[in-house]
Design a binder for this molecule. Structure first.
Ligand SMILES: Nc1ncnc2c1ncn2[C@@H]1O[C@H](COP(=O)(O)OP(=O)(O)OP(=O)(O)O)[C@@H](O)[C@H]1O
Ligand SMILES: [Mg+2]
Length: 502
């Protein structure tokens, strides 16, 4: 057995109403990639936040190279060679890339920040990550994938010995992902300890040497990955709960038209988007990251302006033109970016879930006054339907695990029960069991007559739920397919290997 460099021993962490970690112990050696996996709320981010100095444990100790260390702040962690690539990036859009990367560690020269040096350092770290943009650029001018690379670059600036990646790939394109994996492998070869958290088990099998599985704050297993199958790992993560990983939608008929979009355009962003959606239909929007999928969704609910185009919605049996600012009455949108658009983080789970649904929660006798009994019973119903892990409905959303925050967003729109749903990466950050649940819920909504637009970067996911597809590239629709399309045809259409419909 290789000698361990990092050891976390007997770690416990309590939060009000929940014990997030119970007596967790693990070791990791230099030159090894350890996969840290577990269902939503299992305690992965909490454990790594303790190692990264963001949280203090209630019990336990940390040893590096055989010596016990005190990690009471992120700066202390950095001084011990620990770097953390966070699950949710919190970046200021108006800040430059350099400032974002250096915010806690500006090098000074004669009392002044040595900008020449830090631009150079940023450029060389970003180059290693395969990014060619200028570090003086503002964060808001680069794509979410590039922002993720900046977050990774920030972690690599000071030659860390222990690097934690908390779900780093969710906003990366395939090419960026491959590049990141090469970088992680080269860090491993240089002798770093890598801890890798992901809900994509194929990534874990592809990249990691060993795994450790957490369930409800406890270690339930682990070891060399070569000793396990995919199913062994899933069983360890979720216990005996049955899941339907290979769920696929049965053929069914769809009803009359529920929404029609004609010539939706915004200069330089999307052009001439036209399609139609029926009642009971799941329409998949497939395309590469940056192809304009999210921009179409945002335009449909009025989050971004349009220059031209019409949106028709079937209101009481007739297709009616609806102003962009009014479509929100009929469309529920589950966004890909829960921090910016989805949730009010300092507010409670209950408030966040009721928010989309206030008129339906008021007392019949007194308008505008929320009926607390009704509100509580609705919230309880959805918390249990979605299996959201909370200590009480008044728990603040910012203290939920990443995956459970996503479930709150979905629960909120289920309560509102709109005619049309737009789901942009609905299962991002969810564990395998929760992903299967969401697929089943989408199917049920369609059977009840809703029209559903789904955007997903996971081809298996989009193929297991969609009845029909539109494929986007460079802001336009380049192809449409029925339910019988193959995986190869979809991929080829999005990358341009098929003839474009022009
Ligand atoms: N500041 C906090 N206050 C209260 N509870 C918290 C706080 N931070 C985390 N928790 C709780 O601790 C538990 C573990 O959360 P954690 O974020 O570690 O899960 P995770 O394994 O990273 O899940 P995911 O895969 O969804 O990201 C959850 O029940 C969460 O609600
Ligand atoms: Mg997490």
């Amino acid at each position: 057995m290789t000698v361990s460099y990092l050891k976390m021993e007997g770690i416990a962490k309590f939060f009000p109403g929940v014990q997030a970690l119970k007596d967790v112990t693990f070791e990791a050696a230099k030159g090894e990639i350890l996969g840290l996996i577990g269902a939503n709320g299992a305690g992965k981010s909490t454990l790594m936040n303790i190692l990264g100095g963001n949280l203090q444990p209630n019990a336990g100790r940390i040893l590096i190279d055989g010596k016990e260390v005190c990690i009471d702040s992120p700066t202390a962690a950095a001084n011990h060679g620990i770097a953390f690539v966070h699950q949710e990036m919190a970046m200021l859009p108006t800040m430059s890339i350099t400032d974002t990367m250096y915010i806690s560690s500006y090098p000074y020269k004669r009392g002044l920040i040595d900008y020449k040096k830090i631009h150079q350092n940023c450029r060389s770290v970003l180059k290693r990550l395969g990014c060619n943009f200028d570090p003086r650029e503002k964060i808001r001018n680069i794509s979410p994938g590039d922002q993720q690379m900046v977050e990774i670059g920030r972690a690599l600036l000071h030659n860390p010995q222990i690097i934690i990646f908390d779900e780093p790939t969710s906003s990366l394109t395939l090419r960026e992902k491959d590049h990141l994996f090469d970088v992680i492998r080269s860090l491993k070869n240089e002798g770093a300890v890598i801890i890798y958290i992901s809900h994509f088990l194929d990534e874990v099998f592809n990249l990691c040497d060993r795994v450790m599985v957490l369930r409800n704050g406890e270690t339930v297993g682990g070891g060399q990955l070569s000793d396990y199958t995919y199913n062994d790992i899933v069983k360890m993560m979720i216990g005996s709960k049955e899941i339907d990983t290979y769920y696929s939608r049965s053929e069914h008929s769809t009803g009359e038209e529920i929404m029609r979009v004609e010539g939706l355009s915004r200069t330089g962003i999307i052009h001439d988007i036209s399609f139609s959606l029926n009642k009971g239909e799941v329409l998949g929007i497939w395309g590469q990251l940056g192809s304009g999928r999210t921009e179409v969704a945002r335009a449909l609910v009025g989050l971004d302006p349009i220059d031209s185009g019409m949106i028709f919605i079937n209101i009481d049996g007739s297709m009616t033109p609806v102003k962009q600012s009014e479509t929100k009455k009929y469309i529920g949108m589950i966004t890909e970016n829960r921090r910016k658009e989805g949730l009010l983080l300092p507010m409670s789970v209950k408030n966040n879930m009721s928010l989309a649904n206030l008129p339906k929660l008021t007392k019949k006798s007194i308008p505008f006054v929320i009926d607390p009994k009704l509100e509580n019973s609705q919230v309880e119903k959805f918390v249990s339907r979605m299996e959201i892990k909370i200590s009480s409905p008044s728990q603040r959303v910012e203290t939920l695990s990443g995956g459970n925050q996503q479930k709150v967003i979905i629960g909120r729109w289920l309560q509102k029960n709109p005619l049309i749903y737009i789901m942009d990466e609905p299962t991002r950050g969810l564990d395998v069991g929760a992903k299967a649940d969401i697929r089943r819920i989408i199917s049920e909504l369609a059977e009840q007559g809703a029209g559903i637009l789904v955007i997903s970067s996971e081809i298996e996911e989009i193929m297991s739920i969609s009845d029909r597809y539109i494929v986007m590239k460079r802001g336009g629709i380049v192809n449409e397919f029925g339910g019988k399309v193959t995986r190869e045809e979809l991929v080829a259409a999005a990358t341009g290997a098929l003839t474009e419909k022009e």
